[in-house]
Design a protein around this ligand. Sequence first.
Ligand SMILES: Nc1ncnc2c1ncn2[C@@H]1O[C@H](COP(=O)(O)OP(=O)(O)OP(=O)(O)O)[C@@H](O)[C@H]1O
Ligand SMILES: [Mg+2]
Length: 321
Amino acid sequence: MRVAFVGKGGSGKTTLSALFARYVAARGGPVVAIDADINQHLGMALGMPQDALPRPMGAHLTEIKEYLRGDNPLISSAAAMVKTTPPGRGSRLLHPGDPDDPVHTRFSAITPDGPRLMVTGPFEETDLGVACYHSKVGAVELYLNHLVDGAGEYVVVDMTAGADSFASGLFTRFDLTFLVAEPTRQGVGVYRQYRDYAADFDVPVAVVGNKVHGPSDVAFLREHVGDDLLVCLEHSAAVRAMEQGRPFTLGDLEPAGMKALGTLLARLDAQEKDWWKFGQQAVEFHLRNARAWANRATGEDLAAQVDPGFVFGPTRVSLPR
Ligand SMILES: Nc1ncnc2c1ncn2[C@@H]1O[C@H](COP(=O)(O)OP(=O)(O)OP(=O)(O)O)[C@@H](O)[C@H]1O
Ligand SMILES: [Mg+2]
């Protein structure tokens, strides 16, 4: 199951991504935590020393593409593979519960509490957007498009702030999106924007209230978010202490915080996977991308990369050529 943490800058995406990843790992689930934000802080939030961070995926796109395209005859070269190029017959797929492939082994590192960390590497504002051929965050889109994950396997992605994710199809690559909102007008403003865009693509969103101080904050969120409000996390002294440099393990988190993390996991586990929709949208965004800039950038008609006989998901059955 894949989940994204999105929300306004500073709302707590990184903090909650890291807490959630630690929580899931403590329950034994294999979990891959991916830092897809401009400012790369997820490693730190997972207690990873700076010198132990994994190789950044965004700096090795060609190598990743070369592996993923395998011997898919519809993808002529790594250079012709863009961030939205969908897998087809012959492509190599990735399994978070069986991470022996070169993408996981070369571009991830195990953090002290168990989550496996992958990072895009830092990027500029100009790396964002559909027009960027070398987009570092495109590494995450490629990763997720080639990932076959099942129940009990987790991928947690710490996303860029605000609605930047709409510039590509990345926001449709998740089973569930947790929108982190502080109980402020700006916090719920980002929620409304995200909700409206997500609804057009049938993307399930649940709101996680964060840094909440008391019942009036909860009431504010309830008033503006309604039933989309899943749970609230209080302002945590343990998280603040960690920010001040105190060593932190999950056991230091207040009981209410632990309970909230349990609610997030139960919500994610209850989400039904829809591989059909996933495949449809992979193709839809690829065709869009091809028309918008990728055909021009590669000098090929990238619509031809779509393999109509490829079945997304865990099934091994795909149409013979
Ligand atoms: N529940 C919490 N209790 C106490 N402090 C919190 C909580 N959640 C987040 N913080 C603090 O708020 C600040 C912002 O959090 P964080 O970096 O996770 O936000 P972000 O959404 O990832 O920000 P950015 O948009 O810059 O990536 C940090 O100092 C973090 O420690
Ligand atoms: Mg962050």
